[in-house]
Design a protein around this ligand. Structure first.
Ligand code: ADP
Ligand code: ASP
Ligand code: MG
Length: 409
């Protein structure tokens, strides 16, 4: 008998019918003798709907109140799922984040979990009760409701699995595992039997939202066996492993991630003196805006152009700061572009394969896509390109790096 944490995402609990199906599935695992903790998201679309309501009143909703609002979505699904289990004759009990208690810091809308008590959950499990926990939410030390950022129910699931020392954390969703790239964008994408934590971390941070990045961090840190599975289809899913498969025979690239969440800012004609990067990015960092890709060029007239990307939500803020800096430094111009995307190749195999970057650039050249920025790390290469070529780029790279599924016979 083992303890399993099962997390079901928004589409999997998107209707009463689906909630009934989830209940039947959980019941099956219970019948097999497992102790079960279920974590659920809000019904699909609900979190967006609630954010929409808030924005009808305030363009930038008060963070604390936004969390009070959006956390209600998950409170609905825990209760409904418990009712569905009761109807089937199973003992089940719902818990909000505060009731668990999942203690977070006080960064509303993007709180981090600090501690999970879990004593009351353990007592329920010992009595044979199926425990159903609201994903995405916690409570800070002053008792305020907090939420963990979009997709945060994954993190609730993994954090609970770590705290309860569960045997496995199963993330049930609307795809049957982690694919070489988003299967909704590339039909030939292939399911991976396994992927390393390191690669999954890069994929998640570079835009593959199948798992929230914090959940992967947690799983790696606490060594939680993590599997992504389809909610309503049987299959092996994808195991996220510690194993290093960077051996020569493995492919150089495991997956392709992309995201449209960034925007680009350029400050043109800045006098090229020591400290200029700090003078440009210091105030941006002070305003709590995260900078991602950075490129600096030295021009011939001793001025430099400096380009960087930030999250699109931060563009207006960053632009205002940069215009201010431009005045102070005597720069010629500030330009912005929100219509960009970042496409990234990820794979631990890159460590033992040469020529990945040149193959990537060749592939993009062949489909006439201009690369605006490039950044690399040990196991990833990212390029920033025009947003309108995103799908073309991802498909071309997917084929060029041999990731396509073999054609059906
Ligand atoms: P849930 O509501 O269950 O949390 P999400 O929408 O957050 O589901 O995550 C599942 C979605 O992630 C899939 O429907 C798929 O479109 C998307 N996705 C993006 N990249 C990948 C990938 N590499 N593998 C699988 N799914 C991916
Ligand atoms: N309901 C939250 C969201 O939509 C959390 C989650 O689904 O993981 O972001
Ligand atoms: Mg999700």
């Amino acid at each position: 008998m083992s303890l399993i944490v099962q997390k079901f995402g928004g589409t999997s609990v998107g209707s009463v019918d689906r909630i009934e199906q989830v209940a039947a599935k959980v019941a099956k695992f219970r019948d097999a003798g497992h102790d079960i903790v279920v974590v659920v998201s809000a019904m699909s679309g609900e979190t967006n709907r609630l954010i929409g309501l808030a924005k009808e009143i305030q363009e930038q909703p008060t963070p604390r109140e936004l969390d009070v609002l959006v956390s209600t979505g998950e409170q609905v699904t825990i209760a409904l799922l418990c009712m569905a289990l009761h109807k089937r004759g199973y003992a089940a009990k719902s818990y909000t984040g505060a009731q668990v208690s999942i203690v977070t810091d006080d960064s509303f809308n993007k709180a981090r979990i600090k501690e999970i008590d879990g004593a009351n959950i353990r007592a329920d499990l010992d009595r044979g009760v199926i425990v159903v926990v609201a994903g995405f939410q916690g409570v800070d030390e002053s008792g305020n409701i907090t939420t963990l950022g979009r997709g945060g129910s994954d993190t609730t699931g993994v954090a609970l699995a770590a705290a309860l020392k569960a045997d496995e954390c199963q993330i049930y969703t609307d795809v049957d595992g982690v694919y070489t790239t988003d299967p909704r964008v590339v039909e030939t994408a292939r399911r991976l039997d396994k992927i390393t934590f390191e690669e999954m971390l890069e994929m998640a941070s570079l835009g593959s939202k199948v798992l929230q990045i914090r959940s992967v961090e947690f799983a790696g840190k606490y060594n939680v066996p993590l599997r992504v599975l389809h909610s309503f289809q049987d299959g092996p899913g994808t195991l996220i492993t510690l194993e290093d498969n960077s051996a020569m025979e493995n492919p150089a690239i495991s997956g392709i991630a992309f995201n449209r969440d960034e925007a680009k800012l350029t400050i043109v004609g800045v006098p090229d003196t020591p400290g200029v990067a700090y003078q440009i990015l210091g105030p941006i960092g002070d305003a709590n805006v995260e900078v991602d890709v950075i490129v600096q060029n030295v021009a011939q007239d001793n001025t430099t152009d400096f380009t960087f990307t930030v999250h699109r939500n931060d563009l207006a803020k960053a632009e205002a700061i940069l215009r201010d800096t431009a005045k102070k430094l005597g720069a010629r111009e500030v330009k912005t572009d929100a219509k960009i995307c970042k496409v990234s190749l990820v794979g631990v195999g890159m460590r033992s394969h040469a020529g990945i970057a040149s193959q990537m650039f060749k592939t993009l050249a062949e489909v006439a896509i201009n690369i605006q920025m490039i950044t690399t790390s040990e196991i990833k290469i990212s390029v920033v390109i025009d947003e309108k070529y995103m799908e073309l780029a991802v498909r071309a790279l997917h084929t060029a790096f041999g990731l396509d599924q073999p054609a059906a016979k």
